[in-house]
Design a protein around this ligand. Structure first.
Ligand code: ATP
Ligand code: MG
Length: 286
């Protein structure tokens, strides 16, 4: 079992579904039924550990797990000696300071002498110090957003994505102190077999991520339009051009970035493209 890589992911919470999805999209199959704490992959030398997210950086530092998937917020807050090996693009959120909506707020100096409730004392402390603000950090383990309305603190420092939780608790967001997304972390000095497995995994993750940002595009056009349409469809090397059964027409196949697609679709149509099909790509090996 020494040549198995152990990957720690959140047992149940906001990271869980996307972490499992990513591992599955990398072609790794495993049985995670029955609320297990540990499971072995059936077609890759990997074990998955299901843990509280706060515990993951510590387990990775100690070598209990070789890899972990956590929010950058948790990774930074726990301040363990681990490497961030890849950004995963999901669970995007920010750590922000909020105050009661009716409270006047003109800038970070207004927090001087105030008390701020948070589960992120380290990140908040660093932010306050960098801004020369002295505030009392009131560390609590959850339900941070009700602290001001029950008189526990003057302000909060908490995770925000849409801002609706702050709003529904009568708070307004006044400072963003940290931007976060899910990341893969790895232990320092992984043994060679695990480093090799990590490299394989990263290769797969990157192929999945690139594929998500790109689409396969097929279209028909008159032969004389091919050159002008190709300008908008450079493809991976260059587009494939095939003759249609109808004389004077071609079929053009290429790969296009999702964002470029929406920007260029009108120009492609004006250049003479018809019957445009855009198809998702599952994996893309560059
Ligand atoms: P655990 O029980 O494992 O300790 P938790 O309650 O601490 O879980 P979650 O609320 O599941 O944590 O959040 C896990 C991570 O997901 C956060 O650390 C953050 O990186 C990210 N996250 C939190 N809230 C949001 C949100 N609203 N939108 C996107 N990502 C979020
Ligand atoms: Mg947690």
């Amino acid at each position: 079992m020494t040549d198995t890589i152990r990957i720690a992911i959140q047992k149940s919470g906001r990271l869980s579904e996307d972490s499992l999805k990513l591992i599955k999209e990398c072609g790794i199959r495993f049985d995670n039924g029955g609320g297990k704490l540990k499971t072995a992959a059936t077609n890759f030398p990997a074990e998955i550990l299901f843990l509280r997210d706060d515990d993951i950086p510590g387990y990775v530092e100690d070598g209990v797990a070789h890899l972990g998937i956590v929010g950058q917020n948790v990774s930074e807050e726990t301040n363990r000696t681990v490497d961030t090996v890849h950004k995963l693009g999901f669970s995007k959120c920010r750590l922000s300071i909020g105050v009661l909506r009716e409270q006047e707020y003109n800038g970070v100096q207004d927090l001087d002498g105030k008390s701020i409730a948070t589960t992120y004392p380290r990140l908040l402390g660093e932010y306050l110090a960098a801004n020369n603000v002295t505030a009392h950090i009131h560390e609590i383990s959850g339900s941070v957003e009700i602290a001001p309305s029950i008189g526990l603190a003057d302000a909060v420092c908490d995770i925000v994505s849409s801002g609706s939780t702050l709003l529904s608790n009568g708070l307004k967001e006044v400072e963003t102190i940290f931007r976060s997304e899910a990341v893969m972390i790895a232990g320092k000095n992984l043994p060679a077999p695990q480093q090799a497995l990590l490299d394989q995994l990263l290769f797969r993750i990157k192929s999945v991520q690139v594929a998500k940002n790109n689409k396969y595009i097929l279209l028909n056009c008159p032969n004389e339009s091919v050159d002008s349409i190709i300008e908008y469809l450079p493809g991976m090397r260059s587009p494939t051009v095939l003759p249609l059964a109808q004389k004077g027409w071609s079929s053009l196949h290429s790969v296009i970035n999702e964002n470029d697609f929406w920007e260029n679709i009108e120009k492609i149509r004006q250049a003479g493209a018809e019957g445009i099909l855009v198809i998702p790509i599952e994996k893309m090996i560059l």
